[in-house]
Design a protein around this ligand. Structure first.
Ligand SMILES: *Cc1c(COP(=O)(O)O)cnc(C)c1O
Length: 423
């Protein structure tokens, strides 16, 4: 067998055709393989017109999932843009203020934004979902389920529609943005609005999938992680395999932090990159259990009741905690927290660069500001911020924060236009 499931705790191996999310010892599973291709294989596919080569996930297929090509469920996804911006972007620092008291812009020289909001359903979740859904079909699943703060549910609903599977999503009632909920319903999913928070919905969907035999596609599912690794590989490829100094990622359920660590470890071991970037995982301070553990030297796993405006990361008991600890240790990474005020300020900056993202994604820039002010990130370092979700995912959060005078209602006369613009 060249691909298998392996317990991250006791190391026990399982056949990947078994429906299983955790080991008998209770720990998470990881997909492992013994052969990795050369990176030239991936580069050669950049000029191909084939759908699986154009997918930013399946372009890396030998290192993602061993599967017959015609079994793949792909939109396609990935192949997102990388935006390069100078520090002090747009000269707006003085207007917006920076997080530090330092009057100079608190950024390294060059910032890159890898915009995962440009995936087919508007978030990075599609990268994991294409792999989990492909695996669901191979296993003969008829229904798929997840707990979600909104983006996983939208992605699951879209891919289940494509695969012809029933989609069932568990959301915390009243806690998912209107756009994400509407999107999930539009793709045809059944929505169970759980009276409780995300962590309660997560518990419930795990029980329900065991009891009802529904295939679970949360990031506890190790095949999701395999897809999400390609965010890192694609950004490395975007940089012509010259690894950046830092990769900055929002941290909620910790699937991405885990996937990024695994991706970097594999890229380094396979010789695709010659230096190891440091991971910076950024949490909202009201939803910071991983940050608390980091501060303890990971002596303890924290579970809290989470509250933040960034609903995508409003998670108090992250499922992938153990894998994320490994990711931080492997990359000499760090975990930081930012307040809602700091992340919304950073969101406005990203929005006003003409790039835009949802609130959770802006923890990246807010984190960069803070880490740079603290001297952790240094002048001249190359930093990639991964923007996880699209601007339009959470319009309520924008409209609540835009000053009302930015919209001027006028009569349909040229005089009214002149008056309005001269104010
Ligand atoms: C899911 C999500 C996150 C959190 O990612 P994890 O892998 O759960 O840590 C961050 N931002 C957005 C927009 C998301 O949808």
């Amino acid at each position: 067998m060249s691909e298998w499931l392996q317990c991250i705790g006791c190391g026990r191996r399982f056949d990947p055709s078994e429906v299983r999310y955790t080991c008998e010892c209770g720990e998470l599973l990881s997909v492992e393989r013994d052969v990795m291709p050369r990176r030239e294989t991936f580069d050669a596919r950049l000029s191909s017109r084939r759908t699986i080569d154009k997918s930013g996930v399946w372009r890396f297929r030998e290192a993602v999932l061993e599967v017959d090509e015609n079994e793949i469920v792909t939109h396609p996804e990935g192949a997102t843009r990388m935006y390069e911006r100078e520090s002090g972007v747009g000269g707006r620092e003085s207007e917006l203020g920076v997080v530090s008291s330092d009057p100079r812009p608190s950024t390294p020289d060059t910032l890159f934004f890898k915009h995962e909001g440009e995936n087919p359903t508007g978030s990075f979740k599609d990268r994991g979902m294409t792999v989990a859904m492909t695996q669901a079909k191979r296993l003969g699943a008829r229904a798929v389920a997840c707990a979600s703060t909104g983006n996983t549910s939208a992605s699951l609903a879209a891919y289940a529609a494509q695969a012809g599977l029933r989609a069932i999503v568990f959301i915390p009632s009243g806690k998912v943005s209107t756009g994400k909920l509407a999107q999930t319903l539009a793709y045809g999913a059944t929505v169970l609005a759980v009276r409780g928070d995300f962590d309660a919905a997560m518990q419930l969907v795990r029980e329900a999938s065991d009891r009802l035999g529904i295939y679970l596609v949360n990031s506890i599912n190790p095949f999701r992680i395999e897809g999400q690794k390609t965010i890192v590989w694609e950004l490395l490829q975007d940089l012509e395999w010259n690894a950046p100094d830092w990769i900055v990622v929002p941290a909620g359920n910790l699937g991405n932090t885990s996937a990024f660590g695994k991706a970097l470890g594999e890229a380094f071991d396979a010789g695709w990159i010659s230096t190891m970037p440091r991971l910076a995982s950024i949490q909202a301070s009201g939803a910071n259990p991983f940050y608390r553990s980091y501060r303890d030297g990971f002596a303890e796993r924290h579970r809290i009741t989470a509250e933040t405006i960034a609903s995508a990361i409003r998670i108090g008991d992250p499922v992938s905690h153990a894998k994320a600890v490994t990711a931080i240790q492997l990359t000499n990474g760090i975990v930081e927290e930012v307040t809602d005020e700091e992340l919304m300020l950073a969101k406005r900056e990203i929005d006003e660069m003409g790039i835009g993202c949802e609130p959770a994604s802006a923890t990246t820039l807010a984190g960069v500001r803070k880490l740079h002010a603290a001297g952790v990130m240094k002048e001249g370092e190359r930093v990639v911020c991964v923007l996880t979700g699209h601007l339009l995912k959470d319009t309520d959060a924008i409209l609540r924060n835009v000053p009302p005078e930015r919209t001027i209602e006028i009569d349909a006369t040229i005089d009214a236009v002149e008056r309005a613009l001269s104010r």
